[in-house]
Design a protein around this ligand. Structure first.
Ligand code: NAD
Length: 537
């Protein structure tokens, strides 16, 4: 009962090698071919609620394929979920840390060893990810979040104040008083898992509102949490209409924290509503949000053109550019541009766009019709713009799904809207600068967009690199040197950005976990104190 187990620093989960494992490959294929239409309920206090208010989930790359039907809970049910979470809160918080941790470590193990292919296939189909993109997300990163959070939370708990002779001091790492609202984006299965599990690991109860667009993989993970022994009510799965759920949640006096990942615009609207409701709350809520990006690749004349080209292709077009960290604006010196441009023009037509289940496919579809429409309109506008020219790609099509070709646009104005706004699709904008304008270009990189999430500098010249690192100190929360700006690994590159990109609380690290605890410091004296009179010299 009173053992204090130690959790060692985990290693990152290795990528599953499907080439070398025909059995794993066959199981993945079986899930990819399955014709089951999954009924996704809300799960509140362990009860599955099939409301009959249906929202369909279709494969973005084959919209004729119905994958799941979300049963959206109504407002009364969302309020019921809040009540239910609060009823579970005390017992969950009282459970010793190692017992809570074990639930998430078990979940990691179930993903790794038992349901890996199923959750990877759900991510491929529901979010239109190729295997190369889905495996490191739905398996690799998700498992890492579960294991590293436990290790990092242990470090938080070990942080204790000085104890002196005659008295003991200790910090009690309490959860927040109330419940946490976890709102997740469509683009990473792992992020949904982390947004709900990180606060829960610290002893909180959560309402998890997944994105409708990733609900299939998110529900699979929720089932895994139940299988791992998560007590009912600790995380309630609430795939509700976002605006309605948010209204109900933010009106509750017990709302204690928001754990959000998604667009800056939605995050700001949530922040505003929290501000408007602030007088209702028992505690001042914690607000954590990781949001959009307009991530840069900056090449110095000393950079290697081939390395820059590869970084642009992988950084901008993997997962159709739908990573918050995706390269979407590039600054290339005049001397390097001919090589980089011809590299892009030669290689991009080889990137196959289509069905994610086929091994040769590099890019699937963008997530839905709304995103497709927005991207097609921006590309069309660029065609008609005298300050923009399409260097490669530009085609879009809607059969059998929402496809956009990898597209590169060159602009003559470095402050063009295409260099400023997040498009969240496979569109990369390039500005070519004069080789002797390095210092001015650093100012442009820093000052053109409101975002500050990721960025890459390609540079061999150490002085120029130092100058760039200094000038761009606030331009990215995750800076990459001589490598692409995507692919952060839990435990290696804790992730998050500032400015319009969020609160920079670094998912998967102790920095994030600290936001889900409200420490109580206790001093306990061993002896009663003497008379009140001062007895010193
Ligand atoms: P989104 O903002 O459209 O949706 C995010 C979540 O908010 C979803 O669950 C959605 O249902 C919910 N939502 C939508 N409208 C709402 C409302 N009115 N009230 C409350 N909730 C609402 O984002 P998305 O399209 O799912 O994801 C893409 C965005 O996420 C991009 O901007 C991307 O850069 C960002 N992102 C950031 C990070 C990061 O770590 N910084 C990681 C992944 C994605």
């Amino acid at each position: 009962m009173n053992a204090l187990p130690q959790f060692p620093r985990p290693a990152n989960e290795p990528e599953f090698n499907y080439q070398a494992d025909p059995q794993g490959r066959a199981e993945l294929e079986r899930h990819l071919r399955s014709t089951e239409v999954v009924e996704i309920p809300a799960v509140i206090g362990g009860q599955k609620i099939f409301s009959g208010d249906i929202e369909e989930v279709r494969a973005p790359h084959d919209t004729s394929r119905l994958l799941a039907r979300i049963h959206r809970p109504n407002e009364q049910q969302v309020r019921g979920a809040i009540k239910n979470s609060l009823a579970a809160a005390r017992e969950w918080a009282a459970l010793p840390f190692d017992k809570r941790a074990t639930v998430f470590l078990r979940a990691a193990e179930i993903v790794a060893e038992v349901r890996r292919h199923e959750i990877t296939a759900a991510t491929m189909l529901g979010q239109s990810k190729t295997l190369d993109q889905a495996e490191p997300d739905a398996a690799g990163e998700l498992i890492d979040f579960m294991r590293f959070n436990v290790y990092e939370a242990q470090k938080v708990h070990a942080n204790q104040p000085l104890t002196v002779p005659g008295a003991m001091n200790r910090t009690d790492w309490r959860p927040l008083e109330g419940f946490v609202y976890s709102v997740s984006p469509f683009n990473f299965t792992a992020i949904g898992a982390n947004l709900s599990c990180a606060p829960a690991l610290m002893g909180n109860v959560c309402l998890w509102k997944p994105s409708q667009k990733s609900a299939l993989a998110n529900y699979r993970f929720f089932e895994i949490l139940e299988q791992a022994g998560l007590p009912p009510g600790v995380i309630n799965f609430v795939p509700a209409d976002p605006a309605m759920a948010t209204r109900a949640v933010l009106e509750s006096p017990d709302f204690a924290g928001l754990h959000f990942t998604g667009s800056s615009q939605i995050f700001r609207s949530l922040w505003r509503s929290i501000g408007e409701n602030v007088d209702r709350y028992r505690s001042l809520p914690r607000i954590v949000g990781e949001t959009g990006g307009k991530d840069f690749v900056l090449a110095h004349p000393s950079a290697d053109a081939a390395a820059v080209t590869t970084a642009l292709i992988r950084g901008a077009f993997e997962y159709q550019g739908q990573k918050c960290s995706a390269a979407s604006r590039a600054y290339i010196p005049r001397s390097l541009w001919p090589a980089v441009k011809s590299g892009l023009q030669q290689q991009l037509p080889d990137l196959r766009v289509g069905d994610v289940a086929q091994r040769e496919t590099f890019m699937g579809a963008v997530i839905d019709g709304a995103s497709h429409g927005r991207l097609a309109a921006r590309i069309q506008k660029a065609r008609e713009d005298s300050q923009a020219s399409i260097v490669s790609g530009g085609r879009t099509w809607t059969e059998p799904g929402w496809f956009v070709e990898p597209t590169v646009i060159e602009v003559s104005d470095p402050r063009h809207a295409l260099m400023r706004d997040e498009l969240f699709g496979p569109v990369l904008t390039v500005f070519v600068y004069e080789d002797n304008a390095w210092a001015d270009t650093l100012g442009l990189v820093d000052g053109t967009s409101d975002y500050a999430l990721t960025g890459s500098i390609f540079c061999v010249d150490r002085q120029a690199l130092l100058q760039a690192e200094t000038a761009l100190v606030n331009a990215a929360g995750n800076l990459y040197i001589n490598t692409k700006p995507t692919g952060a690994v839990v435990g290696q590159q804790p992730f998050g950005g500032a400015r319009a990109s969020g609160t920079n609380d670094k998912a998967g690290s102790w920095m994030n976990l600290l936001r889900w605890t409200s420490p109580r410091v206790i001093k306990e004296s061993y002896l009663a104190q003497g008379p009140w009179q001062f007895t010193g010299a």
